[in-house]
Design a protein around this ligand. Structure first.
Ligand SMILES: Nc1ncnc2c1ncn2[C@@H]1O[C@H](COP(=O)(O)OP(=O)(O)O)[C@@H](O)[C@H]1O
Ligand SMILES: [Mg+2]
Length: 205
């Protein structure tokens, strides 16, 4: 992004992220779910949020489809707009962890460079990349939103996995194979990661 805003000066907050985390009584972190459409990002992000919410943890889910109704509604699915989409939502996720909230981001985010850029925006360790791994055949069978059918019929030109590439994560913090695991097992894997990283203390389920 070329910065066009001039004559702006950063105003330093007197209340810091650490103060907000102390108020919430837990650390904040970005949990970034990536994977093909239908691989389980939204389902898993919301199920993890449900668990965290129940045990008194402040959360927010940023969902690919939802932000395209508002914040990113002016963007299409060309490569350049996909890059801008991830830039905006990663800046939003950064603001959310500043607010002391555990931020679950569910975005196809097909390009490795964009995910790496999102990771670089926040301090080391604050970005946990979770690869929702699922064969395209299974995603296509699930076809939760009927989009694969449309894409195969040529009605969606740049659909990830068909007319547009998906770059597999090289070193994600976690791989969740939603093809083989149940939703509960997948949730537990994510919660275990949060426990290992000291974000939550223990799991009660
Ligand atoms: N282990 C699992 N984790 C998440 N979703 C799963 C799992 N197993 C099966 N599913 C199903 O896969 C589908 C994933 O859809 P969705 O979450 O909308 O995908 P995405 O957000 O990645 O496009 C849902 O119908 C969900 O019930
Ligand atoms: Mg989704």
């Amino acid at each position: 992004m070329t910065k066009k805003s001039t004559n702006t000066l950063w105003h330093h907050a007197t209340i810091t992220r650490a103060d907000r985390e102390a108020l919430h009584k837990h650390k904040s972190v970005i949990i970034w779910f990536t994977g093909l459409s239908g691989s389980g990002k939204s389902t898993l992000a919301h199920a993890v949020e449900e668990y965290l919410h129940k045990v008194g943890i402040s959360t927010i889910v940023l969902d690919g489809d939802n932000v395209r109704h508002g914040l990113c509604g002016d963007l299409d699915f060309s490569d350049s707009d996909r890059i801008e989409n991830i830039r905006r939502v990663s800046e939003l996720a950064k603001l959310m962890i500043e607010a002391g909230v555990i931020t679950l981001a569910a975005f196809i985010s097909p390009f490795k460079a964009d995910r790496d850029d999102a990771r670089k925006r926040v301090p080391h360790g604050d970005f946990l990349e979770i690869y929702c791994q699922c064969p395209i055949e299974t995603c296509e069978q699930r076809d939760v939103k009927g989009l694969y059918k449309k894409a195969r019929a040529g009605k969606i030109p740049f659909f990830t996995g068909i007319g547009s590439p998906y770059e597999t994560p090289g070193m994600p913090e976690l791989v969740v194979n939603t093809h083989e695991l149940t939703l509960e097992e997948s949730v537990k894997k994510v919660l275990n990661l949060l426990m290992q990283r000291g974000v939550i203390k223990d799991i009660v389920c």
